[in-house]
Design a protein around this ligand. Structure first.
Ligand SMILES: [Zn+2]
Length: 130
């Protein structure tokens, strides 16, 4: 069977050298395309990571008093002068005898899932519900 390549060569349409150059160029195109696809995929992954970061950032989970993350951190506009921190976990709010009436948010995971229960004083339902 005579290949197209050989037919071209025989007919003198192309030289061996030209064919080689063509093959090299085709290979380069292929590599270039693969590189491009990899770059696109990488960018997609980055975008996804950004979205995930943005998502977790919407809920504040860091307690300013004990500097630990907790799933029950809320904002308390309290008047306890011995404490100048306002984003508090449930433990710190209880320990500093901060009444639930000063709570302005219900943004924590525990508040949203109904697991937010104060030990100091009553737990006010709907406090700071946004
Ligand atoms: Zn705390």
């Amino acid at each position: 069977m005579v290949t197209l390549k050989k037919a071209f060569l025989k007919a003198g349409v192309v030289t061996e050298k030209q064919l080689q150059q063509m093959e090299v160029r085709q290979h380069q195109d292929k590599v270039q395309k693969q590189k491009h696809q990899q770059a696109v995929q990488k960018q997609k992954n980055l975008d996804q990571q950004k979205d995930e970061k943005k998502h977790t950032h919407q809920i504040r989970a860091l307690c300013d008093a004990c500097e630990k993350t907790s799933s029950d951190v809320e904002f308390y506009r309290h008047k306890n002068l011995s404490l100048d921190k306002y984003w508090l976990c449930l433990n710190c709010a209880d320990n500093h005898s901060i009444h639930d009436q000063f709570r302005e948010t219900s943004q924590s995971f525990h508040a949203k899932t109904g697991m937010f229960i104060r030990r100091y004083g009553p737990t006010l339902k709907g406090s700071g519900t946004v």
